[in-house]
Design a protein around this ligand. Structure first.
Ligand SMILES: CC/C=C\C/C=C\C/C=C\C/C=C\C/C=C\C/C=C\C=C\C(=O)SCCNC(=O)CCNC(=O)[C@H](O)C(C)(C)COP(=O)(O)OP(=O)(O)OC[C@H]1O[C@@H](n2cnc3c(N)ncnc32)[C@H](O)[C@@H]1OP(=O)(O)O
Ligand SMILES: Cc1cc2nc3c(=O)[nH]c(=O)nc-3n(C[C@H](O)[C@H](O)[C@H](O)COP(=O)(O)OP(=O)(O)OC[C@H]3O[C@@H](n4cnc5c(N)ncnc54)[C@H](O)[C@@H]3O)c2cc1C
Length: 615
């Protein structure tokens, strides 16, 4: 008999003014896609051995990892078996686009995540046709497990400063990989420590003493049979982190480690047997894997944010607290306008990120198709947009997930709510794949160039076209969508123009261009992300905004129900569909090993002698 659903949630669902299933279908890309996603989730989540007997938060660091590897093997096999052979690639992609299936199994991510998220994309984007054929066969069948090893102990942002060297030896037709210093050790790559046996290494190529820039190499570092590190390889785990504690982030040092010439991934640049170096048409094509992942992250943020606001909104419909009016009983905390303000922006942002992710994915696919034909024209714009959207969506998601947690009071601080773990996952994305400030400055670089082109009368690309609009500074505001968008474009233009004016002022004062850039960099970051509007209009928009909160209120639970996250994926005592929060909090508390006995052994060993003055 299914447990009774919380009365308040029942009432909320009755009040909802729209068809929840229709919104779910829209988010999935149609009723069939919803059906495919649900079918995949049903199949995979019915697999034995996927879920923890003891909550992983009560395991040691080492046990957490070992348990995660056990689940990763079961999960990967279940996913493979669940794949519908009759489905097209596109239908399969749609079924997983919104699915957070892995989140039902791994609260802190899988030790296989880098294999799927970066190792395979790096092969697809950096290997030539022959290499792709060979390595994709092995990687897609999980005969090998890989990661992406770029960051070093001493360098993450500045790729051109990476110290790992790959020196070509024409006599043996090999590359010699070496970590000349401690800071040259690869540091951070997920799965590197104990899980993977191959990696794509980004290293500084030298031929006959001449630098040939940073190039990608596919390197085996563990024996495929014994899993022992190969000779000349130093390996280990980097230690406990805020999150990602089952991703197995590791370090790797090379000591004159030799690999065959065909291990340099040669789609863009090539090294011939005699050591002739054939340059890439654009050295930044080597950075292509990062552009791809930045695009994926935007969609990932939408899904993770949707998960957090689902937990917080359902909890806010169940939790009653304080007094809004004397003798009127304790209201649902969702009736406080401050609570609506905290949470509804998260719902809207998740939808906005989903739509943005779809748009950015289409742009990425178009530009990548152009690159295949040798047309690199739109690569700089894709880079600038991907940098900006990755930085903005990860920053906003981190803020909004933390706001979801703090809007749930003390219970939001419980690991059993899953809000802290979701925060750990999303806040990492502000750093990995390009630290956000650094990426915003890359976007700013493109904005400044675009404004200079606009001022010299050149046509701009659609995404930068607002920089060529001669919009009157006395723009009459109205709070229609069109009016608001026009306002944002006007202010965004002003921010870029102000940053550029500031740089020119510094150059006139005698600073070099680099120092002038650095002195203006706070404005440059703001120009990439920040827009504000004039004082008089804030009141008008504020009234509109508060009015909107009231309109959303009766539909809040329906809006998060439409994300259609099953309880295993939410993995939360506060967010379950039935709203039985208090029973679930108690059930989870009783799983703590400390509750196995009424008196813990530390009383007899320490407390009692201490309290009796005997210690
Ligand atoms: C696995 C977790 C899964 C789930 C977690 C839960 C939720 C998250 C949701 C989704 C997650 C999905 C996937 C996650 C996958 C992985 C995460 C885990 C692992 C993370 C891995 C990593 O972090 S890999 C390492 C990432 N490192 C970086 O990004 C380094 C950042 N630095 C740079 O990119 C570059 O150094 C730089 C761009 C800052 C500067 O490069 P540089 O060579 O110095 O260039 P400049 O001299 O500044 O010249 C700039 C000019 O070059 C052009 N340019 C720069 N970059 C590019 C590019 N990529 N493409 C095209 N063009 C480029 C730029 O436009 C300038 O051109 P100009 O014409 O202006 O000169
Ligand atoms: C959870 C997690 C997983 C990761 N997984 C991987 C992985 O699988 N593979 C991999 O290769 N890497 C991985 N990384 C590493 C990640 O890519 C780097 O941490 C990131 O690129 C930042 O580099 P850094 O840590 O060396 O910081 P630094 O580059 O040292 O930057 C430190 C700070 O300096 C400032 N700064 C630096 N440069 C500039 C600039 N030009 N302008 C203004 N300010 C600047 C910024 O405030 C920045 O936060 C991972 C990181 C995390 C947190």
């Amino acid at each position: 008999m299914s447990a009774k659903v919380n009365d308040d949630l029942l009432t909320e669902r009755r009040k909802c003014e729209f068809n929840v299933e229709e919104l779910t279908n829209y988010l999935d890309g149609g009723a069939q896609a919803t059906q495919n996603r649900r079918k995949l989730e049903d199949k995979v989540l019915s697999t034995k051995g996927l879920f923890d007997e003891v909550p992983e938060e009560y395991l040691s660091h080492k046990e957490k990892y070992e348990n995660a590897v056990r689940k990763a093997v079961v999960y990967y096999k279940a996913m493979k078996e669940a794949e519908d052979p009759n489905q097209t690639e596109q239908e399969r992609a749609n079924a997983t686009y919104r699915s957070l299936l892995h989140a039902a199994v791994f609260k802190d991510n899988s030790p296989f995540s880098l294999h799927l998220a970066m190792f395979i994309p790096a092969i697809l984007g950096q290997a030539d046709e022959e290499q792709k054929k060979y390595w994709m066969k092995r990687a897609s069948k999980m005969e090998i497990i890989g990661t992406y090893a770029q960051t070093e102990l001493g360098h993450g942002t500045f790729i051109r400063g990476l110290e790992t060297t790959a020196t070509y030896d024409p006599k043996t037709e090999e590359f010699v990989l070496h970590s000349p210093t401690l800071t040259a050790y690869k540091w951070w790559p997920g799965s590197l420590a104990h899980t993977a046996n191959y990696c794509v290494v980004m290293a500084h190529l030298y031929i006959n003493g001449k630098s040939c820039g940073i190039q990608p190499f596919i390197v085996q570092f563990r024996d495929e049979e014994t899993h022992q590190p190969l000779p000349g390889i130093k390996l280990g785990e980097i230690g406990a982190k805020l999150g990602f504690n089952t991703v197995n982030n590791g370090f790797l040092g090379f000591d004159q480690h030799r690999i065959p010439r065909n291990r340099m991934l040669m789609k863009n640049a090539q090294v011939l047997k005699d050591g002739t170096f054939k340059r890439s048409p654009n050295s930044k094509l080597t950075y292509g894997t990062m552009v791809y992942v930045r695009v994926v992250i935007v969609n990932g943020m939408a899904n993770q944010l949707a998960r957090a606001v689902t937990i917080a909104v359902r909890y806010s419909a169940v939790r009653r607290q304080s007094e809004l009016k004397p003798d009127a009983g304790e209201p649902q905390i969702l009736d406080y306008v401050t609570q609506q303000h905290k949470l509804f922006i998260g719902i809207a942002s998740s939808h906005a990120f989903t739509l943005t992710a779809k748009w950015l994915t289409r742009m990425y696919q178009k530009v990548t198709a152009d690159l295949e034909k040798g047309n690199l024209d739109e690569l700089p714009e894709l880079h600038a947009i991907a940098c900006c959207l990755k930085a903005v969506t990860t920053t906003d998601t981190s803020v909004l997930v933390e706001r979801s947690r703090t809007s749930c009071g003390g219970h939001g601080y419980m690991l059993s709510s899953n809000l802290p773990q979701i925060y750990g996952l999303v806040t990492a994305a502000c750093t990995y794949e390009g630290e956000n400030t650094v990426l915003m400055l890359q976007t700013a670089r493109s904005l400044v160039k675009a404004l200079e082109q606009a001022q010299s009368g050149k046509r701009l690309s659609p995404t930068m076209s607002y920089l060529s609009e001669k919009v009157s500074s006395r723009l009459k505001w109205d709070n229609s969508i069109d009016g608001i968008v026009k306002g944002f474009r006007r202010v965004a233009y002003g921010k870029v123009e102000s940053a550029m004016r500031s740089m020119r002022k510094y150059v006139r004062s005698g600073l070099g261009p680099e120092d002038a850039w650095n002195m203006s960099s706070v404005q440059l970051v703001a120009a990439s992300e920040y827009t504000s509007i004039s004082e008089a209009d804030i009141r008008q928009l504020q009234d509109t905004y508060e009015d909107l909160l009231g309109k959303i209120r009766p539909n809040a639970v329906g809006l998060v129900d439409a994300f259609d996250f099953r309880d295993q994926i939410l993995n939360s005592t506060l967010g379950a569909y039935d709203g039985r929060v208090y029973e679930r909090l108690m059930e989870e508390a009783l799983k703590s090993p400390l509750n196995a006995e009424p008196v813990n052994q530390s009383f007899h060993k320490y407390l009692k002698p201490f309290m009796q003055g005997k210690l």
